[in-house]
Design a protein around this ligand. Structure first.
Ligand SMILES: Cc1cc2nc3c(=O)[nH]c(=O)nc-3n(C[C@H](O)[C@H](O)[C@H](O)COP(=O)(O)O)c2cc1C
Length: 239
């Protein structure tokens, strides 16, 4: 009898042990956290706010001929901040809407695909230019200006404009070669607009094709896009 009781007691113990083990293994997996406690797969935390830009091109009426005369590449850029009015006009000149009712822009694009996303890199973070609302939308916080390129002007200039082709908007072009050709041509217009704005506002800039496209694709989380050109912009160093 004693033997039987002992066997039954042992069986109960064993059963409760298995149950307890089952409970542990059934617990949901812990989230995939990195060493710093942040989810390694999550997008960067955004502490930046939307920026409503002041009206663009207020009080700027330099004749086009003078802007064309003054257009040039200037690589020696001061690290001084630029007023928001200037940043607003710079972005509008690059890729703003000049015909809001038709949703058409200052820069033309082949078959009007309007394939670009324009990013602004500052010492606070990376912003996406919202041309319809004339606003900046934060994308990544922190100073990532030097990531654009090893060329020295990027770490110094207060802002850099990065022109990114979003190929999702270019589905009309069936051949990759056509898509690349038209995106490159279209980027030239945006770049020239930036040059002309800078010439008229006495700012320094340089169109740069030598940029870190892979790093930019990573930080901007580009799925089907490519950074084509970048323009650091600031006051010129006076000699
Ligand atoms: C598509 C393109 C890419 C360029 N890439 C660079 C670059 O990566 N770095 C740079 O210092 N200048 C770059 N430039 C600027 C040219 O070197 C400059 O336009 C040229 O020397 C003529 O000078 P200008 O603009 O004063 O007329 C680029 C220009 C263009 C149009």
């Amino acid at each position: 009898m004693k033997k039987l009781l002992f066997v039954m007691f042992a069986m109960v113990l064993l059963a409760s042990g298995v149950q307890a083990q089952k409970k542990t293994t059934n617990k949901p997996n812990k989230p995939n956290v990195g060493v710093d406690g942040k989810n390694a797969n999550a997008m960067p935390v955004i502490n930046l706010q939307d920026i409503i830009l002041p009206p663009a091109h207020v009080g700027m009426d330099v004749p086009l001929i003078e802007a064309l005369r003054a257009r040039q590449t200037i690589r020696d850029i001061m690290d001084e901040e630029l007023p928001m009015e200037i940043i607003s006009s710079l972005l509008w000149s690059a890729y703003g809407f000049n015909r809001y009712d038709e949703q058409k822009r200052v820069a033309p694009s082949a078959v009007n695909v309007q394939e670009f996303d324009i990013y602004l890199f500052t010492n606070q973070g990376i912003y996406l230019y919202d041309a319809l609302k004339q606003m900046l939308r934060p994308v990544v916080e922190g100073d990532h200006r030097a990531l654009i390129s090893a060329q020295k002007h990027f770490a110094v200039a207060p802002v850099s404009v990065v022109i990114v082709a979003n190929y999702d908007r270019m589905a009309k072009f069936k051949e990759t070669a056509d898509r690349d050709f038209y995106a490159a041509v279209d980027a030239g217009y945006v770049s020239q607009n930036i040059y002309l704005f800078c010439a008229s506002a006495h700012l320094a800039t340089v169109a740069c094709g030598g940029i870190n496209r892979d790093d930019l694709a990573k930080i901007l989380n580009l799925k089907n896009g490519k950074a084509l050109l970048a323009h650091p912009v600031g006051l010129p160093v006076r000699r």
